[in-house]
Design a protein around this ligand. Structure first.
Ligand code: FRU
Length: 484
C-alpha cells in the first residue's frame, strides 16, 4: 500500500512504474485517452499471483505517471476468459451504443474459451466487445458477442482497433498464429476480412501476439508502423516486441524492409502497444517482464509492473527507417540536477554516496566520444547492474549477473546486448531507474533496453569506466517529485 510520503514499502516495489496492489498482471490492454483521463486496463488474475482466468484490471491517470487502481472492468463470462485487446472512443457512435451527445468507449477483446482449448476445437478464441458510458468505470458486454468468429485458427487474438478516416471504417489488427490478419468494420459489430501479412517478413521464433497499427510522420511524410509482439523468439531470449515500417492502404500492409526491427532489445518489455485517441502523439507502454520467468519473479503480493510510457517517433539512419522511443515529456519535468559529473575518467566500481536515496532517478550521460564506457548501479550490499557501451562490438549492454536475487530462474542472471544504430560521434544514454528496473534509451531512443532486477536495496549510480578521449557529462536527477 502507498504510505503518507507516497512511497510503497514492499520489497522490490516500483515507485514510478504502475503495478497492481496485489496479484498477477500481464499485458496492458484497452489503453485509451478520454476526457482528460488516461486509461490503462491490463490482463489481471485477482485470485492469485500467477497467470489464471483473465480479467481486465483497470487504472486511471491524468498524466500516465500517477495511477489510481480502479475496480475490475471485465470479468470472464460464458464465452471464456477476457484476453488482450484495445479500446476506442466511438466519436460518431457507429456502434449505436452511445446516448445522445455521449460517445461510448468501446472495448474490443478476445474471448478465450478454456474448455474449447482443452477439447482442441481450434476455435476457442473469438473477438467480443463491451461498451462504457461513464468514461470506463462500468462496462456492458454486447449481447451479440462474439462479433468476430474464429475460422479455425487456434491462436486468433489480441484485436487492436483504430478508426481509418480515409475510408471511414474501423480497422482491426489481429494476431493469427504467426501472421497478422486485418479486418474492417463500419460499426465495430460486423467484421470483414481484408488481408494477411507476415509470411515472408519478421521474426518467427514464436507465436505473434498483441499487434498495433498506426501512422507516424517523418520529414513531412507519413509511414505506417505495425507492431508485432512475439513469444518466444526475442533478441535476448523469451518474449519481445518487433515492428515493421511501411504503408497501409486501408486493406493491407506492405513493409519497406526485410530485416527484423526490435522496439526494445532488453529482456523485460513485452506486449507493448500504444494509446488510442492521443492525437499526433503516439505513446507506447509495455508489460515489464518476460514470459520466460514472469511467474517466478520474487515479488509479493503483486506480480509485474508496466514500463514507463514512451513517446514514439521515427528517424532515418542511413536510409534505415527506425523507431525512436523516449520517456514521455511528463516524466522529464524532473527536479533540478542532484549531481553533475564532468569528464569523469575514473575506473572505479564504487557508487556515488551523494545520491544514495530511495527514489527513482533519471541519469543522462553525454560524451563527445564513442569509446567503451560503463556505468554501475550498485548498493552497499555489493549488488550491481552494469550498463555500458562496448565500442569493438558496437553494442550497448545491461549486465544483471550480480544484481541480487537471480536464482528463481536459471536464465535470469545474464548480460544482454543491443546494437548501436546511431553513427554520430556522441554517446547519449538516458537511464530511468526505479526500485527494481532500469530502462536504457540510447541515442535519443534509437536503441532501447529494459531490464528488471531484485536487489536488497536501491541501486545508486556510479561510473566504472568513464568515457575517455572527449568531454563528457553525467547528470542525475531525482524523479521523486514527479510522481509524488
Ligand atoms: C500475451 C498474451 C496474449 C493474450 C494474453 C493472455 O502476453 O499471451 O496473446 O491475449 O497474454 O493473458
Amino acid at each position: 500500500a502507498q504510505t503518507d510520503t507516497g512511497l510503497y514499502k514492499e520489497l522490490y516495489r516500483p515507485q514510478l512504474h504502475f503495478s497492481p496492489k496485489a496479484h498477477w498482471m500481464n499485458d496492458p490492454n484497452g489503453m485509451v485517452y478520454n476526457k482528460g483521463i488516461y486509461h490503462l486496463f491490463f490482463q489481471y488474475y485477482p485470485d492469485g499471483s500467477t497467470w489464471g482466468p483473465m480479467h481486465w484490471g483497470h487504472a486511471t491517470s491524468p498524466d500516465m505517471l500517477h495511477w489510481k487502481e480502479q475496480a475490475i472492468a471485465l470479468y470472464p463470462d460464458s464465452l471464456g476468459y477476457i484476453f488482450s485487446g484495445s479500446a476506442v472512443v466511438d466519436e460518431k457512435n457507429t456502434s449505436g451504443f452511445g446516448k445522445k451527445g455521449q460517445a461510448p468507449l468501446v472495448a474490443i477483446f478476445t474471448s478465450h474459451d478454456p474448455i474449447g482449448e482443452k477439447a482442441r476445437t481450434g476455435k476457442y478464441e473469438n473477438q467480443s466487445i463491451a461498451y462504457s458510458l461513464d468514461n470506463g468505470i462500468t462496462w456492458t458486454k454486447y449481447a451479440g458477442n462474439p462479433v468476430l468468429k474464429n475460422p479455425g485458427i487456434a491462436d486468433f487474438r489480441d484485436p487492436k482497433v483504430m478508426w481509418y478516416e480515409a475510408s471511414k471504417k474501423w480497422i482491426m489488427t489481429l494476431a493469427t498464429q504467426d501472421r497478422i490478419t486485418f479486418y474492417s468494420s463500419p460499426n465495430l459489430k460486423e467484421w470483414t476480412r481484408e488481408s494477411e501479412f507476415g509470411a515472408k517478413a519478421g521474426a518467427h521464433g514464436g507465436v505473434w501476439e498483441c499487434p498495433d497499427l498506426f501512422p507516424l510522420t517523418h520529414a513531412g511524410k507519413q509511414y505506417w508502423i505495425l507492431i508485432v509482439n512475439i513469444n518466444p523468439g526475442g533478441p535476448n531470449g523469451g518474449s519481445a516486441t518487433q515492428y515493421f515500417t511501411g504503408q497501409f492502404d486501408g486493406h493491407g500492409f506492405t513493409a519497406n524492409h526485410t530485416n527484423i526491427k526490435w522496439l526494445d532489445y532488453g529482456p523485460d518489455e513485452y506486449a507493448g502497444i500504444t494509446w488510442s485517441n492521443t492525437g499526433k502523439r503516439k505513446i507506447f507502454l509495455g508489460w515489464m517482464s518476460n514470459w520466460a520467468y514472469a511467474g517466478e519473479v520474487p515479488t509479493h503480493p503483486w506480480r509485474s509492473a508496466m514500463t514507463i510510457p514512451r513517446e514514439l517517433g521515427l528517424a532515418n539512419v542511413n536510409g534505415r527507417l527506425l523507431i525512436k522511443s523516449s520517456p514521455v515529456r511528463e516524466l522529464k519535468k524532473q527536479e533540478p540536477p542532484l549531481l553533475t559529473i564532468t569528464n569523469n575518467r575514473a575506473t572505479t566500481t564504487k557508487g556515488y554516496d551523494t545520491v544514495r536515496n530511495e527514489e527513482p532517478y533519471m541519469l543522462t550521460l553525454t560524451a563527445d566520444t564513442i569509446k567503451d564506457c560503463s556505468l554501475v548501479l550498485s548498493n552497499k550490499e555489493g549488488e550491481q547492474v552494469i550498463v555500458g557501451y562496448d565500442a569493438s562490438a558496437n553494442q550497448y549492454y545491461i549486465d544483471r549477473t550480480r544484481s541480487g536475487k537471480t536464482g528463481f530462474n536459471k536464465g535470469f542472471a545474464s548480460r544482454h546486448v543491443a546494437p548501436r544504430f546511431a553513427t554520430n560521434h556522441t554517446l547519449r544514454l538516458v537511464l530511468v531507474v526505479d526500485r527494481a528496473s532500469v530502462e536504457l534509451f540510447a541515442d535519443d531512443g534509437l536503441t532501447v533496453m529494459t531490464s528488471i532486477f531484485f536487489s536488497k536495496s536501491w541501486l545508486n549510480p556510479g561510473v566504472i569506466d568513464g568515457p575517455r578521449g572527449g568531454d563528457s557529462k553525467i547528470v542525475v536527477s531525482r524523479l521523486g517529485r514527479v510522481w509524488k
